[in-house]
Structure formats: C-alpha cells, structure tokens
Design a binder for this molecule. Sequence first.
Ligand code: E4P
Length: 216
Amino acid sequence: MKFFVDTADTKEIAELAETGLLDGVTTNPSLIHKSGRDFMEVTKEICGLVDGPVSAEVVALDHAEMMREAEVLRKIADNVCIKVPLTIDGLKTCKKLTGDGTMVNVTLCFSANQALLAAKAGASFISPFIGRHDDNGFDGLDLIRDIRLIYDNYAYETEILAASIRHGVHVLECARIGADVMTAPPAVIKGLFKHVLTDKGIEGFLADWAKTGQTI
Ligand code: E4P
C-alpha cells in the first residue's frame, strides 16, 4: 500500500520523506489555509520534497474555470496531480485532463456509485473519505470494500486512495481490504511506528547490553 501524507506542512513532509516510506502528498484548500502559506509557492516546495504525486485542488465549480485552474496548477511541477471534486463538472474535467495524460485525483467521494463514475472518467485516483463518512453514521470502511469489489469486477485501473483517515485501525483495515493508497495526517503516520512493547524491549536490551561492558 502506498503512503501519502495529508498536509501542507513542509517541515512534516520533509521529516517523513527522510524515512524513504513516503510515496506522495495530498493537500486541500483547508490544509493550505492551515499552513498560512501561498498556495502556488507551498505546492512547488512540496513537489520538490517528494518524487510521487502531490495533489493540488481546484476551487472552481464549473468545467471551464476548473480547466483554467488546472492549467495553472499543472505547470508547477511534473508530479502535480490535479484534484477535482466529485461533481458532473469535476468528472468532465477529469475525463479531459486524464485524456491529455495529466494525473487526476477525484475527491470528496462518499458512495461506491460515485467511485464507479470516477473510474469511468479515467481518474488516476479516487478519494473516498472514511472518517467523514463514519462521522455521519455510515461505515467508511464498507465504502472502501465496495469500491475495491467494483473496481476488481471491471479491472479499472483507478487507484483507491483511502482518505480522511483518523487512526491506525483505519490504516490496518484499508491494507486488509486492499486499498492502493492511504493518505493520513503526519501524526497518524508517525503513530504507526510506535508500540509500547518495542520501547520496553529496547529499554531492556540496552540495560543488559550496558552490563556486558562491550561496544560494537
Ligand atoms: C484527502 O485528500 C483529504 O485532504 C483529507 O483526507 C480530508 O480529511 P479530513 O476529513 O480529516 O479533513
């Protein structure tokens, strides 16, 4: 499973990129706002920190304006992936852009039928939002399961990018289901490295090693 980090905080991205385990980055207008940075400037900087796709979201709602914004965004770097909302205009834009060889991430997906439409529009990635689905009384992981089944039925190449991930159990279940990618906040990714027994084990081994008086 590919790991993307869901943030526009370049310090966090650089730190995770250093592990060699980071495959890409997702941003959205709220994350850009949180960063306090200029959209174009911070996106360019992020694109230089990772080799993989960096999702940058359009804010227009109509097809023509989405195309204009996409044109501006895709000039930032070769690894920019244009993010469009799952609307009729968003999917029209997706079809046009992917037809020209541009990577597109279709975002704000809350139903398997919407994911089916995105695959038919040639999306590179579909982003079903697990956490927000859970918050509204649905099972976000069921959504991932349904999309996996449908995409496999027809051998669609659109990658399932599990989004709005809130904790390690979401990551684990996405891996079990076979999501292609997961995007999570830096804290969730860092939390995956941790286990209390790992810390306790290191502590015990180091204490015993000190008693041997040896060095390596
Ligand atoms: C995905 O690309 C979105 O940026 C993101 O995962 C939204 O997550 P949230 O529900 O935590 O805002």
